[in-house]
Design a protein. Structure first.
Length: 178
């Protein structure tokens, strides 16, 4: 069986060059992009990571690119977030206590977006980062917003405040971390 550090994270899509990253190559990204304590940036999350912009800068997004889609290893979860928000804030957590991030904590790589618009965008077990022109695949939205298989939890019984495309809204007070 492969070890926790034996993974490949691919950056592809609307980029000049697709790049594959492993644990060692993420760890070798310059210190200016490394985040030693993610909890200083994202409440409720622990570990060390790297700014997503380091990976995107290496892949060189095409000028018309405006979204980044993060795909989970199992293919059931994806979040498409604006490129600008990703470049400004997104972190990939890939280690905890000096070791590769365990699957039980969202490893081998977990997305964290400090002060992000939607906590559900913090995808666990990221295996692919796809740069797109226009919004890509996104499983973070559903009209009832209560599909535990997708979100990993239920919103039932929570206070909600969330507007939907049909104009109605209800209260969201998540109080949880993805």
């Amino acid at each position: 069986m492969a070890g926790e550090s034996d993974f490949t994270l691919e950056v592809d899509g609307s980029v000049q060059k697709s790049i594959k990253w492993g644990y060692e190559s993420l760890a070798s990204i310059p210190a200016e992009y490394q985040i030693e304590d993610v909890s200083q940036h994202v409440a409720g999350m622990a570990g060390s990571g790297v700014q997503v912009k380091a990976l995107l800068n290496a892949a060189i997004p095409h000028p018309d690119s405006d979204h980044v889609t993060f795909h989970s290893q199992d293919g059931k979860f994806a979040a498409s977030v604006g490129l600008e928000e990703i470049l400004d804030r997104a972190i990939l957590i890939y280690k905890r206590d000096g070791e590769p991030l365990p699957e039980s904590k969202g490893g081998p790589v977990r997305l964290a977006i400090p002060q992000g618009d939607d906590e559900c965008s913090n995808v666990k077990s990221v295996i692919r980062i796809e740069v797109t022109s226009g919004k890509g695949k996104d499983t973070t939205y559903d009209p009832f917003h209560d599909i535990p298989e997708i979100h990993g939890h239920s919103h039932e019984g929570h206070d909600h405040n969330h507007s939907h495309e049909d104009g109605h809204s209800h209260d969201h007070n998540h109080g949880h971390s993805h």
